[in-house]
Write a protein that binds this ligand. Structure first.
Ligand SMILES: Nc1ncnc2c1ncn2[C@@H]1O[C@H](COP(=O)(O)OP(=O)(O)OP(=O)(O)O)[C@@H](O)[C@H]1O
Length: 484
């Protein structure tokens, strides 16, 4: 299949026209250029290009808006959109408008050559199914740094199809957010998005959670229960922390993906499922494969399209925008409105962010709630980032703090803010414990399908202690069992 052909470039920047023309000619393409949409339309008719490259902001209109009209008479012609507006919204709109690819400026010429070659090789082949139209609401992902643009381009490429996506990135880099964005922008948006975290479910319960179980499949399995696969029917199943999946569950998952059917635990039946799979991990999955801790065949099945989320420290230019976004959000939630001065943003950029965006989000909430100044300066940031001083102020905010501790901290911060700077209300200690203990008891009973002995074992306490705590917290085990 040929990878060279006729290319038309519409761009009002003469330097770009020259550079792109020369680069593509060197690769064997025939290239014509135009400086406006009007000129482009004329050349389309005369030159009959096989690929159209267009800039977005043009003197006589918007190249992105013009795509459908430009390709109306040439439905098979792939269009590559070049743009300096590097947001997820532009990448997604380009795809919605029927563009074959979207390249953010400044692009690299090798990348451009590759995209043009792919487009020509694809020739008149049918484009994939149309992506669902977006509502035009604000898209959830923030950041315009080059690694985020790469992420947006990949998202734009997978929203019109059902390919399996594997999202890789450190904790707190936005893996779940990306999974939701793919679902919400894609053709399955009206169907369920179901998430399951392999690290948060007791290993022995993972299979019945995923695939469901029949009545009496194991002690405590009172009735037939649908698994997450069935719950996600027609929609998307997000398998979070996939690197923590036990070996037997991996084998079973692979079988489901190959056959498109699930067999609930303890039964003979199989149920057809139509589910898009998005998996995520913060582990080095290829290394787990090499160590035989993760099945290689499953890995390839899941990683059809890998998405690598950058660590926050590797996209320093996004920190200011993210920080302001989180301050706005804190203000919208009722915390005092704060702004950052330039030196404060500089200070934030020098922090290594082991907890990534989640850590930045929590820090912004803390600044909004706990600092007096309306304009946050570098020294205020410094004080909040300084582990020694923070430890003195907030003993739970230590270096290795868990997600749970951070979530609790965020919640408490809101609670304190809601009470202004007054002393906290009476009985706060017990009130907070009750808030944590109640869901803990409820969830462990649900996980044990209402069986108190199993729930107590899960929690590592004895059954009498469990009973006592249930009654202290005003929880009725019979009712919980009915709802389990
Ligand atoms: N690009 C982004 N723009 C705005 N908010 C973001 C972005 N990335 C992450 N966040 C926010 O940071 C927090 C952590 O994101 P998320 O839970 O998606 O991370 P994760 O990688 O799935 O974390 P973990 O590996 O710990 O499960 C969320 O509150 C999310 O909304």
């Amino acid at each position: 299949m040929s990878r060279t052909g006729r290319v038309l470039l519409i761009d009002d920047d003469a330097a770009i026209r020259t550079v792109v023309r020369e680069a593509l000619r060197r690769e064997g393409h025939e290239v014509e250029t135009a400086a406006s949409l009007r000129e482009g339309r004329a050349k389309l008719a005369a030159f009959k290009p096989q690929v159209l490259l267009t800039d977005v902001v043009l003197p006589d209109g918007n190249g992105l808006d013009a795509v459908p009209a430009l390709i109306a008479d040439h439905p098979a012609m792939p269009v590559i959109v070049l743009s300096a507006q590097n947001t997820l919204a532009t990448a997604v709109r380009a795809t919605e408008q029927g563009a074959f690819e979207y390249l953010p400026k400044p692009f690299d010429l090798t990348e451009l050559g590759r995209a043009v070659g792919d487009a020509i090789a694809m020739g008149g082949a049918e484009a994939g199914p149309e992506a669902a139209a977006t509502t035009g609401d604000e898209l959830p992902l923030i950041g315009r740094s080059p690694p985020m643009q790469e992420v947006y381009r990949t998202i734009a490429r997978v929203i019109g199809n059902d390919l399996s996506v594997l999202i890789l990135g450190e904790s707190g880099t936005g893996k779940e957010l990306v999974a939701r964005a793919i679902h919400d922008l894609g053709t399955r948006q009206a169907r369920p998005f179901v998430a399951i975290n392999m690290a948060a479910i007791p290993r022995e319960l993972i299979e019945s959670e995923l695939f469901g179980h029949e009545r009496g499949a194991f002690t405590g399995a009172g009735q037939r229960t649908a698994g997450r696969f069935e719950q996600a029917q027609g929609g998307t199943l997000f398998l979070d922390e996939i690197g923590d999946m036990p070996a037997e569950a991996q084998t079973r998952l692979l079988r489901v993906l190959q056959s498109g059917e699930v067999s609930p635990v303890g039964g003979q039946r199989s149920i057809k499922v139509d589910v898009r799979i998005i998996a995520a991990t913060n582990k080095d999955l290829p290394a787990l494969v090499a160590d035989h801790a993760f099945r290689e065949d499953l890995y390839y099945r899941l990683a059809v399209v890998p998405v690598r989320l950058p660590a926050l420290r590797d996209r320093g230019e996004d920190i200011g925008e993210l920080a302001r976004h989180f301050l706005d959000r804190a203000a919208a939630e009722g915390l005092p409105r704060k702004s950052l001065d330039l030196a404060a943003v500089e200070r934030l950029r020098r922090h290594p962010w082991p907890g990534n965006v989640r850590e930045l989000e929590n820090l912004m909430r803390r600044l909004a709630a706990l600092t007096r100044e309306e304009v946050v300066t570098a020294s205020v940031v410094e004080a909040q980032l300084d582990p020694a001083r923070r430890r003195a102020a907030e003993p739970q905010a230590l270096a290795g703090e868990t997600d749970l501790a951070q979530a609790v901290e965020a919640h408490l911060t809101r609670l304190f803010a809601a009470h202004g700077r007054d002393l906290p209300p009476d009985g706060l200690y017990d009130a907070v414990l009750a808030e944590v203990e109640r869901p803990l008891l409820r969830l462990s009973l649900a996980a044990a399908r209402g069986n108190q002995l199993r729930a107590a074992r899960l929690l590592g306490i004895n059954r009498n202690t469990l009973r006592k705590k249930l009654s202290e917290r005003g929880l009725d085990p019979a009712e919980l069992r009915r709802n389990a």
